[in-house]
Design a protein around this ligand. Structure first.
Ligand code: NAP
Length: 335
């Protein structure tokens, strides 16, 4: 029985809900932040656990966003920062993506240093977007590892489209955190989880299945194809959301992960491979057959190479396969 209290920012998010579920399963107490009272009430009724409570933090970009929760909850010793904008429907890349991601991270770290000296471990959810370069920065010749950085500059990210903005927001939030640790020398250790595309079921009941969070919507998109549609050529790297959540727990529980980046990645995917798995396991679903013979060509065009063996060694558990992840995701959507 643990009485450790963990704070989770962005608690109603896709990944955060799984983190919360797993933390509660391990008898941690959890305090999560959401942007409004109504989101907090919705989440509390889904989670439905006496060891879970929420606080309202309307914007992580506000300098004092985390002061109240840290001052009024001295029992928090672990801080998991998952909140960050994950949207491509924006008007201004810097205002809507870069600044909230970077400032939100620094506001969290500065508040912990000032108001919560008892906090020992901080985990920041970064992204494969901070590791791999995409579009103009795609480099199939490089084997990416936990040491790799997306080459995109802040200026290129700011003046590019929302995709470049999102990747830059994750890269520069992570770099800002590293600089904070270097210059401020806080009491706590920071680890980063840098996952690729997350698939897998939602942690709790899904009230609106018509549009999911960005990454889970990839699977939903394939499920919405009509039998006569041709499947667009698209591929990337995936990890199951339950493994990504588990990685956040390893990131603060293990000594080996102190100061490290965990590059959580299970396998490559294409729209075709997702369609193939759906056809195999859900024969009543009327979508096009996926053509697996196209995969290698799509990987050459769109999917980076990587070696995350150091992460897998720290994680110490087997990652969920693409097939199982799609079965569980689609099973929940069709239920
Ligand atoms: P999500 O479901 O959209 O969750 C994002 C969370 O961040 C939500 O709680 C959202 O609140 C909150 N948030 C966004 N902007 C905020 C702001 N300015 N102030 C306060 N809260 C804010 O996305 P997710 O997929 O779970 O992503 C969680 C984290 O994982 C993010 O850091 C993301 O970059 C990272 N990540 C995700 C994936 C993936 O494939 N899903 C892959 C790599 C990295 P609202 O619900 O109120 O908007």
């Amino acid at each position: 029985m643990t009485s450790t209290t963990v704070f989770v920012s962005g608690a109603n998010g896709y990944i955060a809900q799984h983190i919360i579920k797993q933390l509660l399963g391990k008898n941690y107490n959890v305090i999560g932040s959401v942007r409004s009272q109504s989101k907090g009430e919705d989440l509390a009724s889904l989670v439905n656990h006496s060891n879970f409570s929420y606080v309202v933090i309307p914007s992580i970009g506000d300098k004092d966003a985390f002061y109240d929760v840290l001052q009024s909850h001295p029992e928090i010793t672990i801080f998991l920062h998952t909140a960050s904008p994950v949207t491509f429907e924006i008007d201004d890349v810097e205002r809507d993506l870069l600044r909230p991601a970077i400032d939100g991270t620094i506001n969290a770290l500065a508040a912990i240093k000032k108001h919560a000296p008892q906090i020992e471990r901080v985990v920041i959810t970064s992204s494969g977007g901070a590791v791999f370069g995409f579009n103009n920065y795609f480099n199939r010749g490089t084997i990416h590892t936990e040491e790799s950085w997306n080459p995109i500059s802040y200026e290129e990210s700011k003046s590019g489209d929302a995709v470049n903005g999102y990747f830059g927001s994750k890269k520069y939030a992570e770099l800002a955190a590293l600089e904070f640790v270097e210059t401020e020398k806080p009491n706590f250790d920071v680890s980063f989880v840098t996952p690729v595309y997350n698939f897998g079921p939602q942690a709790y009941e899904v009230k609106d299945k018509s549009k999911l969070n960005f990454s889970a919507e990839v699977v939903n998109t394939v499920l919405k194809f009509k039998k006569e549609d041709s499947i667009p050529e698209f591929g990337n790297i995936f990890a199951d959301v339950r493994d990504v959540a588990h990685a956040h727990i390893v990131a603060f529980e293990s000594k080996e992960s102190k100061g490290k980046r965990l590059l959580v990645a299970s396998d490559n995917f294409t729209f075709d491979s997702i369609a193939h798995i759906i056809n195999k396991h859900f024969p009543n679903v009327q979508i096009p057959q996926g053509d697996l013979s196209k995969n290698e060509a799509i990987y050459e065009q769109m999917v980076q190479k990587y070696d995350n063996s150091r992460t897998n060694e720290i994680l110490g558990f087997d990652l969920i396969s693409l097939e199982q992840s799609i079965i569980d995701t689609v099973g929940q959507l069709l239920a």
